[in-house]
Ligand binder design. Structure first.
Ligand code: 1HN
Length: 355
C-alpha cells in the first residue's frame, strides 16, 4: 500500500498556540506547521481509487440516455466516469476527465471548441460515424484513437445504421486548475469540410512530413495526425509479438506519437496500446501518471495495489498514481491506455519504478 510515514512531525498544540491560530485565522492566515504534512507527502497518496466500469452496465444506461434526451439538448450525450474516491468532481483521475459518449444513427453533435484537449478511443463503430476536426472528417472504427487538440473546432455525426460509442478523455481538471478555460460554438452547427478524408494521415502519418514542415504552435504542438487507425496499430503489435520476447513489465507496448516531434500526441495527455500474449503475466510496475485503461480485445485480470480487476472486451479501469500494477491475460489481449504523462514530463514531475 502507500508509504504512510509523514514528512515532518507536527508540533504539539497548547491553549496559547490555539488562541494564536484563531487570531491568524481572523486575517486569512494560517500556520504552515499545522498543515505541512498534508501539503508535502513523502510519496503520492492519491484520493482516487482503483476502479472498473463493466462496459455492458454503462452501455445499457447510455442507450437509455439516448432515448431520454437528444444530443442537441445535451450538447454531448455522455455518461461521466467518476472515480469512486472523488465522486461529484467529474474526474476519473486527479487530472483527467473521462466519459462514454453515444451518437445514434442520424444524429450529430454541434461544432464547438475549447481550450481543453480531448482524445477519443472508439469502443463501438463500423465507420458510419465521424468526428470532424478543424475542417477534416475522419470515420470512427472500433479501436481508432482520435484527437481533438486544444482550441480545434470539432463535431461528430453518424451516417451509419449502428450506434457509435467512444471513450472521451479530456484534460479539463488541468485546464480548470490553471483557470484557463475558454469555449465557444462554431457559427455553423456543422463546420464546413475543407479537406478530404485521410488528408492529415497522408500528409503527416506516412513516415513523411510536408517539405520543411514547422510545428504550428512550436514545441508544445499537438500531433497533426488526428486519427490513428486501429488497423495499423494492431498490425504493428501483431508483428512485434512475432519478432521477439515480450517486455516483462509491459508485454508488447507502444506509445502513440506526434510524428512531427516524436513527443506525445497531445500537449498534456499520453496514450499507449499494448498486446499481452495468451498466458502472459507481467511483473509489477508503478508510475506517477494515474492511468485509464480500455480493454480492446481479450480477457484477463490486473492487480492494482491490493485489488484485482477481472476484465473483458470494452471494460474500463483506472490505476492510481504510484500503485503497483501487473496484468495477466488468459487469452491474447490488447489494452489501450491514457494518462497525463505528457503534462507530468513537461513539468519534470514524472517518475516510474519497475518492481
Ligand atoms: C466535449 O467537447 C466532448 O466534443 C465530449 O465530444 C466530452 C466533456 C466535457 C467538456 C467538453 C466532445 C466533453 C466535452
Amino acid at each position: 500500500m502507500h508509504e504512510t510515514a509523514s514528512f515532518v512531525v507536527k508540533p504539539e498544540t497548547s491553549p496559547e498556540r490555539q488562541a494564536f491560530y484563531t487570531r491568524l485565522d481572523q486575517i486569512d492566515t494560517a500556520p504552515l506547521w499545522e498543515v505541512l504534512n498534508r501539503l508535502v507527502l513523502p510519496a503520492p497518496q492519491p484520493a482516487i481509487v482503483p476502479a472498473m466500469w463493466k462496459y455492458d452496465d454503462v452501455r445499457a444506461l447510455l442507450m437509455e440516455a439516448g432515448r431520454l434526451l437528444t444530443v442537441q439538448e445535451a450538447e454531448r450525450r455522455v455518461l461521466v466516469l467518476e472515480n469512486p474516491g472523488i465522486r461529484g468532481m467529474s474526474q476519473i483521475t486527479q487530472s483527467l476527465y473521462a466519459g462514454l459518449q453515444l451518437i445514434q444513427p442520424g444524429e450529430n453533435a454541434a461544432s464547438h471548441r475549447h481550450t481543453a484537449s480531448a482524445l477519443r478511443f472508439i469502443v463501438e463503430g463500423d465507420g458510419g460515424g465521424y468526428t470532424a476536426v478543424d475542417g477534416e472528417r475522419t470515420p470512427m472504427h472500433a479501436g481508432d484513437f482520435v484527437l481533438t487538440p486544444s482550441w480545434t473546432f470539432h463535431d461528430h455525426g453518424n451516417f451509419g445504421s449502428a450506434p457509435v460509442i467512444w471513450l472521451d478523455v479530456l484534460d479539463l481538471p488541468i485546464v480548470n486548475m490553471f483557470d484557463t478555460s475558454f469555449a465557444e460554438h462554431h457559427p455553423q452547427e456543422t463546420q464546413p469540410v475543407a479537406r478530404k478524408d485521410g488528408d492529415a494521415l497522408a500528409r503527416y502519418g506516412a513516415n513523411m512530413l510536408p517539405l520543411e514542415y514547422k510545428q504550428p504552435r512550436g514545441a508544445t504542438s499537438p500531433s497533426p495526425v488526428f486519427n490513428y487507425p486501429y488497423s495499423r496499430s494492431r498490425k504493428a503489435l501483431q508483428q512485434l509479438s512475432k519478432n521477439g520476447p515480450a517486455d516483462p513489465h509491459h508485454g508488447f507496448k507502444l506509445q502513440y506519437v506526434n510524428p512531427a516531434s516524436g513527443g506525445y500526441p497531445l500537449t498534456t495527455i499520453a496514450a499507449f496500446l499494448q498486446l499481452l500474449p495468451k498466458g502472459f503475466a507481467s511483473k509489477g510496475y508503478r508510475s506517477t501518471d494515474s492511468t485509464i485503461y480500455n480493454v480492446v480485445e481479450g480477457h484477463g485480470k490486473s492487480r492494482i495495489g491490493s485489488k484485482t480487476m477481472t476484465w473483458g472486451p470494452r471494460d474500463i479501469f483506472v490505476v492510481p498514481s504510484w500503485e503497483a500494477v501487473s496484468h495477466e491475460a488468459s487469452e491474447e489481449a490488447v489494452l489501450f491506455s491514457a494518462s497525463d504523462r505528457a503534462a507530468q514530463k513537461a513539468l519534470g514531475l514524472w517518475r516510474e519504478e519497475a518492481l
